[in-house]
Design a protein around this ligand. Structure first.
Ligand SMILES: NC(=O)c1ccc[n+]([C@@H]2O[C@H](COP(=O)([O-])OP(=O)(O)OC[C@H]3O[C@@H](n4cnc5c(N)ncnc54)[C@H](O)[C@@H]3O)[C@@H](O)[C@H]2O)c1
Length: 315
């Protein structure tokens, strides 16, 4: 089997490419090293891939490649590439989001029309829902993003749907709910929190910390991609969450227990675009894909702490 993983030097893409290689796929990875976080972190993400003879890396943007040529022998496309980050997506930065999340997705789907790709699995986001009082969030709810990032991810989903409707390109959109674990992006809360607690530095919490998230461990998100690839479903949108809905404050307490040190917390104003709560109804993913999260928050956080301790020791 031949697969393409876009964004494969990133947090999720690098794990996914490794998993596909383990399953015996030949993997083409594309990543243009957007400078949202340091290149050396992304280079490190690629460590487990570089020497695999079944892995071929293309260090360019989806926007500057002959995608029809690349897709010639590809069976499955796992489209993880995007400019991530809710808070960064305002103002002039929005252009980076429209280019890499909307235009790049459209170019990829357009190239799929001229290929024999069996299915595109698109990394969508819980941020398409926006702030809602109707919890848990269901795929049938009207998406109303409250950040420019959320708008760009929803546009990607819509593009997948319209290429399915008009050109028969099969696609499954997975709405990830806050993914965490080893290699988590350095701008994300747990990575920042663990780093701060380990080093006796202050944790900055946006708002009062009562906001909740349905945290999802990385291996559960990766498994969702494999299930989506294998499923008979040709098209659809699915919530992918960890079933570990917790307040930020409670998750900090778990980290304090694991690390054995008190966090120094400074609360600042809630950020524009951040939603108050995320909480997923995952029944559709369970029914159609057989998805079932396996890693508890405690276990997952232990693994992320272990990883950050290890890489900090190497630096
Ligand atoms: N991490 C999460 O909690 C989360 C939650 C919801 C959705 N997502 C989605 O999952 C995907 C992966 O997220 P992540 O956390 O691994 O982010 P990441 O920033 O670590 O990885 C994304 C990678 O895509 C690359 N990229 C961006 N635009 C590109 C382009 N035009 N051509 C080639 N490469 C490009 C970047 O350089 C980056 O390495 C994204 O689509 C993101 O929107 C992530």
């Amino acid at each position: 089997m031949n697969s393409l993983v876009t964004g494969c030097a990133g947090f999720i893409g690098s794990w996914l490419a490794e998993r596909l290689l383990e399953l015996g796929h030949r993997v083409v990875g594309i990543d243009c090293f957007l400078d949202y976080y340091p290149m050396k972190i992304k280079e490190r993400n690629l460590n487990g891939l570089r020497n695999n003879k079944n892995f071929h890396f293309i260090p360019y943007s989806l926007l500057n490649l002959d995608l029809v040529e690349i897709l010639k022998d590809v069976n499955y496309v796992f489209h993880q590439a995007a400019q991530a980050g809710v808070r960064h997506s305002w103002g002039r930065n929005f252009e980076v989001y429209t280019d890499n999340n909307v235009l790049a997705t459209q170019r990829l789907l357009e190239a799929c029309r001229k290929s024999d790709v069996r299915k595109v699995i698109y990394a969508s986001s819980s941020s398409v829902y926006g702030d809602t009082d109707s919890l848990p969030m269901k795929e049938s709810d009207l998406p109303r993003p409250v950040s420019p990032y959320g708008v760009s991810k929803l546009a990607g989903e819509h593009l997948c749907h319209l290429y399915y409707k008009n050109y028969g390109i099969n696609s499954i959109s997975l709405r990830y709910f806050t993914i965490y674990g080893p290699r988590q992006r350095p701008d994300m809360a747990f990575n920042r929190f663990i780093d701060a607690i380990l080093n006796g530095r202050e944790i900055v919490v946006y708002g009062n910390g009562d906001q909740t998230r349905d945290f999802t461990y990385i291996s559960d998100a990766i498994e969702a991609n494999i299930l989506a690839m294998r499923s008979k479903k040709k098209e659809g949108v699915y919530n992918i969450a960890g079933g570990s809905r917790t307040t930020l404050n409670a998750s900090i307490r778990v980290l304090e227990e694991i690390i054995g040190r008190k966090a120094i917390i400074r609360n600042i104003e809630a950020q524009k675009g951040d939603v108050k709560h995320t909480y997923a109804d995952t029944r559709r993913a369970t029914k159609d894909l057989g998805y079932k999260p396996r890693i508890s928050l405690r276990k997952g956080l232990e693994k992320e702490v272990e990883w950050l301790e290890r890489i900090t020791a190497i630096l």
